[in-house]
Write a protein that binds this ligand. Structure first.
Ligand code: ADP
Ligand code: MG
Length: 287
C-alpha cells in the first residue's frame, strides 16, 4: 500500500501542474543527482528567429522564399521560424516530392529544381560544398541541386529561469548536468556554457541520443537516480531509459508524454524544482 503522505505529495504536485505517474517516482526524485536535458524546446524556447541571411546565389529574398516554401511541409520549430520571417504568400503547390530527414532537414522540388534545406550534415550527404559557418546560432544551409545557394542563421532563446533552475540543481541537489542535442557543437556549447552545465553532447542523430546516454552512464558510477527531461518525439527513448523521465509542456509530443514518468503541464523549467521540493518534503514526512 502507498503511504498517505505520497498521495498527499502527488495531489499537491497535481495542483501545481505536475502530473506524477506513480509514488515511486516521487521517492526517486528526492534522490536525483544526475539530470540530462534535451536542448531545443527543453532548455531553449524552440522558437527561432532569423538573424542573418547570406545569399551566395540570387538575392536574400529569393533564398528565404525558396527555403520557406520547402519548410512549409515541415513541423520542426526551424520551419516555423523561416515561415515567420518570410513576408510573402506560401504556395504549397509550387513544392513537390518532399523528403524529410530527421536530424538533417528536408528536400523538395521547387520550380522544377531539387532544393535541400538543412544542416551541414545534409549538405555533406548530397556532396554539396558550402561555406561552413561557426555560429552560436543554428545554421540552415540551402542548395539548389548540388549548388550551394546560401545560408540562413537563426537563433533560439534560452528559456526564462533556465539558469536559475540549473543553479538550483547544482547547489541544492549536487547534481551533474548534461545536455544531449542534435544541434551543432557551437550552438550546443553556447547554451551549455551559459547554463554552466557539466557535459554537452552535440551533433546527435535522433537515434544516437540513447546510445550516447548509455555511454555517459558508464562514467557515472556513483550515480543515485537519473532524471531525463525532454519534449520531442526524439526524446522518448531517453525518457523511457531514465529512472525519472520528465516531459515538458502538455503540448509536447504525445510520445514524450507517454514515455515520461512525470509531466509538467506548463512549459516551465522551475516546475522541476517544485517537483523536487515536493518529493523531499514527502520523504521527510514519511521517514
Ligand atoms: P534537438 O535534438 O536539438 O531537439 P533535432 O534532432 O530536432 O534537434 O534536429 C537536429 C538538427 O537537424 C537541427 O539543429 C537542424 O540543424 C536540423 N534540422 C532538423 N529539421 C530541420 C528542418 N526542418 N529544417 C532545417 N534543419 C533541420
Ligand atoms: Mg527538442
Amino acid at each position: 500500500s502507498i503511504p498517505i503522505a505520497f498521495l498527499g505529495g502527488i495531489a499537491s504536485a497535481a495542483r501545481q501542474g505536475i502530473v506524477i505517474k506513480g509514488a515511486n517516482y516521487l521517492e526517486d526524485l528526492s534522490k536525483a543527482d544526475t539530470f540530462v536535458f534535451d536542448k531545443t524546446g527543453t532548455l531553449t524556447e524552440g522558437e527561432f528567429s532569423v538573424q542573418e541571411i547570406y545569399a551566395e546565389q540570387g538575392t536574400e529574398e529569393e533564398l528565404l522564399k525558396i527555403a520557406a516554401h520547402v519548410e512549409s511541409y515541415s513541423n520542426h520549430p526551424i520551419a516555423q521560424s523561416l515561415l515567420n520571417a518570410y513576408d510573402g504568400e506560401i504556395d504549397k503547390d509550387l513544392v513537390s516530392n518532399i523528403k524529410q530527414i530527421p536530424g538533417y532537414g528536408l528536400s523538395g522540388d521547387y520550380d522544377g529544381k531539387r532544393i535541400h534545406v538543412g544542416n551541414f550534415r545534409l549538405m555533406e550527404k548530397y556532396d554539396i560544398e558550402v561555406d561552413e559557418f561557426d555560429s552560436t546560432g543554428t545554421v540552415v544551409y540551402v542548395s539548389v541541386g548540388t549548388e550551394y545557394m546560401g545560408a540562413i542563421i537563426i537563433e533560439d532563446a534560452i528559456k526564462y529561469r533556465a539558469k536559475w533552475t540549473m543553479k538550483y540543481l547544482k547547489d541544492k541537489c549536487k547534481a551533474v548536468l548534461v545536455m544531449l542535442t542534435g544541434d551543432t557543437r557551437s550552438a550546443g556549447y553556447a547554451v551549455a556554457k551559459e547554463l554552466k552545465m557539466d557535459y554537452a553532447y552535440t551533433d546527435l542523430m535522433p537515434s544516437d541520443k540513447l546510445e550516447q546516454l548509455e555511454d555517459f552512464l558508464t562514467i557515472q558510477d556513483d550515480m543515485e537516480k537519473l532524471v531525463c527531461v525532454g519534449d520531442g518525439v526524439n526524446d522518448a527513448p531517453v525518457l523511457a531509459r531514465a529512472d525519472i523521465g520528465i516531459a515538458m509542456g502538455a503540448l509536447g509530443s504525445a510520445l514524450a508524454i507517454e514515455a515520461a514518468d512525470i509531466i509538467l503541464l506548463e512549459d516551465e523549467l522551475p516546475k522541476i524544482v517544485d517537483a523536487i521540493k515536493i518529493s523531499k518534503e514527502t520523504l521527510r514526512v514519511v521517514n
